[in-house]
Design a protein around this ligand. Structure first.
Ligand code: COI
Length: 361
């Protein structure tokens, strides 16, 4: 299965000057490369028809399951250009594994890890000219799987498609690496016990949009979700994980309790920090603890992390009751920035890949 042969259909490529104009200021998620990958699955034949084809609209029957019951999962990873011009991806096998964790929860077929990595490599190789050379820019890769059986009954689909598209990306938050304000969601939860919180499925993100709009209305870049039962225990942000830093250098982050996403950036930062000798506590973390810690000076930094966000310092948590938590001019914190520098240094080939995290294209 992993050695499934890919057929390649060359696209009419965007003229060089147009591509270069896009790469000069790619933004996030608005421009796409010349090709995409598609692999089909049917219950009878398994995974087949692996194709690299021109990027373009999908033909999808209006009765496809994904359009009605949201049977969809996705991933996010990046390809980076190193100073010698070579291109690498960061821990793609971790994304392959997480895709399969999500697939099990959403009753979609698992994709062999090798096939996932091959699919990503095929796309990056054919669209290598789209991998930016500028600092802090990369090629964001979006693998996803949709159920496309034509059937309106509510059961897991017998036909699905795995696709990969690619988009040149600058910083996720406009304004670069500046501390952001985040909004504490008062009414809405992201996940509940036994739900889909740990799966990277479109439905989780759809449900985050109303609270995210509320955050934006309050001048915040992201929404922070707490646990539905306590309204105090932190889950995660709308699209990223959260860390607090204590004054003794300990990192504290919500444990993987089935409600939050097992971020690959989260995991990598834990490994980097532990390697430097920092203690890392993965456990329930509350907004109350954060508030008291900042007031007492025992919590000195907070940051968001994810593939898209990389590491983004948090300057403020705003709340509906006005009991904001504010790091003021202490943000961004020094550990936040030095972890960011080390992680991106490895990804962009400026620091040695001493953990073996990179896969060369
Ligand atoms: C990512 O970080 O890759 C995500 O999927 C999150 C999304 C907010 C872009």
């Amino acid at each position: 299965m992993t050695d499934l042969a890919f057929t390649r259909t060359e696209a009419t490529r965007l003229p060089t000057e147009d591509r270069e104009r896009i790469l000069a200021d790619p933004g996030f998620g608005t421009h796409f490369t010349d090709h995409m990958v598609s692999i089909t699955w049917t219950e009878d034949a398994g995974w087949h028809d692996a194709e690299v084809l021109p990027y373009g609209p999908l033909q999808i029957d209006p009765a496809s399951s994904v359009l009605h019951y949201g049977q969809e999962i996705f991933e996010g990873l990046k390809a980076y250009r190193r100073p010698d011009g070579s291109i690498v991806t960061f821990r793609p096998e971790g994304n392959a594994q997480r895709l399969n964790d999500s697939a099990r929860r959403l009753a979609l077929p698992e994709l062999p890890q090798g096939l996932f990595v091959r699919a990503v490599q095929e796309l990056v190789a054919i669209d290598a000219d789209w991998v930016p050379t500028a600092a802090d820019q990369s090629l964001y890769l979006r693998p996803f799987m949709i159920a496309d059986e034509v059937f309106l009954g509510v059961r897991s689909a017998r036909r699905a498609r795995f696709l990969v598209i690619a988009s040149p990306a600058g910083p996720y938050f406009t304004g670069g690496v500046k501390p952001v304000a985040i909004w504490l969601s008062e009414h809405w939860a992201r996940a509940g016990h036994g739900g889909t919180g740990a799966a990277k499925c479109g439905g989780n993100y759809a449900a985050s949009l109303l609270p995210q709009n509320e955050a934006a209305e309050h001048g915040c870049a992201q929404v922070l979700f707490t646990d539905a039962e306590t309204d105090d225990t932190i889950d995660e942000l709308g699209g990223m994980n959260l860390f607090l830093v204590r004054s003794d250098g300990t990192l504290v982050t919500p444990e993987l309790n089935g409600n939050i996403l097992a971020g690959i950036t989260r995991k990598s930062l834990i490994e980097l920090a532990q390697d430097r000798g920092h203690a890392v506590e993965e456990r329930p973390v509350t907004v109350s603890e954060w508030r008291e810690g900042v007031a007492q000076g025992t919590i000195t930094e907070a940051f968001a992390c994810g593939t898209a966000a990389v590491i983004t310092p948090i300057g403020q948590l705003r709340t509906a009751d006005g009991r904001d938590i504010d790091f003021g001019d202490r943000a961004p914190g020094s550990l936040t920035m030095s972890l960011r520098e080390e992680l991106t240094g490895i990804q962009f080939g400026i620091r040695p890949d001493r953990f073996g995290w990179l896969t060369e294209i």
